[in-house]
Design a protein around this ligand. Sequence first.
Ligand code: PMV
Length: 316
Amino acid sequence: MPADSTTARAHPNIALLKYWGKQGGPGNIPAAPSLSITLDTLVTTTTVRQARADSLSLNGEAAADPRIGAALADWRRDHDIPPLAIDTRNSFPTAAGLASSASGFAALATAVDGHCRLGLSAGERSALARRGSASAARSIYGGFAMLNGPDWQASQLMSADYWPLKVVVAITSTAPKTVSSREGMAITKRSSPYFDAWISATAGDFGSMRDAVLRRDFARLAELSEASCLRMHGLMMSGDPALLYWNAATLGCIEALRSLREAGRNVFFTVDAGPQVKAVCESPDARAVQDLLRAQPGVRDTVTVGLGGGAAVVDE
Ligand code: PMV
């Protein structure tokens, strides 16, 4: 007898080598590899139960998300998934550049796999999550995760305890983003004169970043991560319409973090499709990084987290 409901938890991840742009065609396949760290503390908790029709509740309120409907329709082409009532809760602001779609689709794929007894391997679950949101493929795994071809299932490079970095998130706005990453990627691919160069640069840096993680080479990881972040934002700004996800505080934080690194701290920044700044640092420097970011004009709050584990069904 299947359980009445199944609950799964997943954490957001932050890409150090960024994904921005799809191959085109079915399967929601990225045009270049990416590499990320999965966070702890911040969590999406998703419960699914069989129902007469699909429904969604987000943070306790009825919601509609066409991406979830589209993902379920896509998953049902390959798997026997009944109508589901989905209840999903984030312990952090939704859709504000904190990767709620990554933890959301990783938790949903994990809950659906458990509830419907699909019997998927972690790699297959990652591919299912990817079809909802490609960054979600990486949140199936804890620590350092990679998403690359030819199979485009994520895999774990190293676990969180191999290199227990810290991440200080500076929240500079809690408003939902104006252009979704899906729409933004389509605009960029269609209109930026730099798109092909971005894809080849990213593919070229993938092996170097993987080696930097394996060697725990902070300086090299910082260099490659900041380059990937700035190139992605340069690319976004080069489309028509141009996408500018930063606000003044975003830039203030970036400048402050660069100065702190020049003063000898092991820290670097990364920014996704939103105005929050994520400062990645080594544990002994986390306090100084947090104090610095809190003092920046326009920073509403900071959240300091470590690296966490992969998506899993919660024992009830
Ligand atoms: O998978 P999506 O649609 O949430 O896009 C993720 C895009 C970035 O967060 C900006 C980069 C990344 O690799 O996570």
